[in-house]
Design a protein around this ligand. Structure first.
Ligand SMILES: [Zn+2]
Length: 244
């Protein structure tokens, strides 16, 4: 009997040692493996007309940040629309497992385009998405477009430029499949955008549509349309991340 009790005790002791061992042997918590996406809702309540270079080493300067376009029909500011669309896009991306960081979540801020790019750089973002809407003196002008850097851009690395073009293509393909989006201007190359030129991570600027076009402005004011549009953008992001 003594022997059995002794065996039982050693058995319990052994289990205790093993269970403690398994606790202490647990690997340290891994750093989040989530992909990081920085979303920049374009513009802000008030412009900051101080200047900053348009890229590292650039002589050419631009306003730090402007207050954007607005709807001549409802007076809605671009900075409000970009905030709405960014939050929708961000929520969709969070649900799909991405870590989302916004450059701003309210109107009354003062963050230059260079500083916005720096937020993406410091966050070590996998992607930097800048959300904007267009405006034109020609009220007939309309359509979704993506602004990305050209292969001749002197401010950013070749790999960032290449990756930015890949993400542009992925997003535009998903937008083309979205039947709600009637007009698509496509990909436009721009090397004068401070927010892109100061960025060390791949990114694009999405022009959701024209607020100065009555038909498109009405669509952009509809949350269901914005939801559908931002879902297509998220689909493009997924596609890009899959190939990475
Ligand atoms: Zn804009």
């Amino acid at each position: 009997m003594k022997k059995i009790i002794l065996m039982l005790f050693s058995f319990i002791a052994l289990i205790t040692i093993f269970s403690t061992a398994s606790v202490t042997a647990k690997p340290p918590l891994k750093k989040s493996s989530k992909k990081i996406i920085v979303i920049d809702p374009g513009h802000q309540q008030y412009a900051n007309t101080d200047i900053e270079p348009i890229g590292p080493g650039a002589i050419k300067t631009k306003y730090k940040v402007t207050d954007g376009t607005h709807s001549p029909y409802t007076n809605k500011k671009e900075s409000i629309l970009t905030l709405e669309a960014s939050k929708m896009l961000g929520n969709t991306l969070k649900k799909r497992g991405y870590k989302v960081i916004y450059t701003r979540t309210k109107q009354n801020v003062n963050i230059s385009n260079r500083e916005r790019a720096n937020i993406a750089n410091k966050s070590n973002a996998d992607l930097f998405l800048r959300i904007h809407a267009d405006g034109s003196i020609n009220k007939k002008e309309k359509g979704f477009s993506i602004l990305t850097t050209s292969s001749k851009n002197p401010y950013i690395s070749k790999s960032v430029n290449k990756a930015s073009l890949v993400i542009s293509n992925e997003i535009i393909q998903k937008i083309e499949k979205n039947k709600k989006v009637k007009d698509i201007k496509g990909i436009i190359y721009r090397d004068d955008l401070s927010g892109a030129n100061w960025s060390k991570v791949p990114g694009v600027l999405l022009e959701l549509g024209y607020m100065t076009n009555k038909e498109e402005d009405k669509k952009l004011a509809d949350p269901l349309y914005l939801k559908s549009l931002t879902k297509s953008i998220a689909d493009g992001v997924d596609q890009y991340m899959k190939k990475k």
